[in-house]
Ligand binder design. Sequence first.
Ligand code: SAM
Ligand code: DTB
Ligand code: SF4
Length: 325
Amino acid sequence: MLDAAPIRTDWTREEAEAIYNKPFMDLLFQAHTVHRQYFDPNQVQKSKLLSIKTGGCAEDCAYCSQSARNGAQLSASKLIEVQRVIAEARKAKEGGATRYCMGAAWRSPKDRDMAALEAMVQGVKDLGMETCMTLGMLEEEQVFRLRDAGLDYYNHNIDTSERYYSEIITTRTFADRIDTLNRVREAGIKVCSGGIVGMGEQQLDRIDMMLALATLEAHPDSVPVNMLIPIADTPLADVEKLDPIEFVRSVALARILMPKSHVRLSAGRTDMSDEMQAMCFFAGANSIFVGDTLLTADNPEEDKDQQLFDRLGITAMAVGCDGSR
Ligand code: SAM
Ligand code: DTB
Ligand code: SF4
């Protein structure tokens, strides 16, 4: 038995580039070897998303259906009722999801929303599920309030490399994102942070995005890797489709650089073949979003995912199981 790959936060650009550009079979073999050292390769964690406040967002993220600055015609909703969130979470639990992720189309939450957000966290936690929120940038006081309500994870993606960031978002900086991630980690909430590939970035941007995550003070506990879902009337609506092999390479790089993290095969699965998803699982992805809607966009039907799991002999990871040995 080989020694487990060490957990390192001092990866260099040269190392990351060399890994990403290995012959594909060598890359997959290395990623899968590392994956097996830390996880059961036949288990995949299921998370469920709910949009608790949709549309009308003040930020200008070029990929997003929910930005008020994009042309996408999505009407803005108010923050939904706490009881509705808990009822939806209960259904998700019955469907086998172990983590419930509540997302809001905000630059950051307003203080007047905090009491309802705390009640959502407490209510979902009382169901025995892990809780996750993604609400935009947070001040320290807001982080403490969510932590004290029992929030397990906070999702805050760096989305792309620092170099490409201003091509995608101009209303905040890469450094703003890192500040919130540091506040969340320092408060003891687990960090979920990843990004999007297929936004017209260069290969080096994909490498640098993974490198930025892997050289944070601690690796994020979860790393969502999203394939861009092109949304009509947004600036990225007609961006050239990325070679799926580049996507799999990105997943493999995430697995090798961050061996203990859950790597989530996130947005974009409706456009992926079963074979491509299987290859992503082999390359180290071990979490998905279940349910036919993400926040606003389509996701595979639950039956379809179950059939794929059955064909691959994959079972759902239990709550609280980080798979580590
Ligand atoms: N407003 C909060 C924020 O931006 O942090 C939370 C919600 S936001 C929709 C969460 C993440 O979803 C984004 O950071 C981005 O990575 C991902 N996302 C949004 N639109 C997407 C799209 N069209 N395709 C792929 N991923 C997308
Ligand atoms: C993440 O990285 N992907 C999820 C979750 N974190 C919040 C969101 C995907 C959104 C896809 C586009 C939509 O549904 O609007
Ligand atoms: Fe707003 Fe988040 Fe969409 Fe950006 S990704 S426009 S911050 S909802």
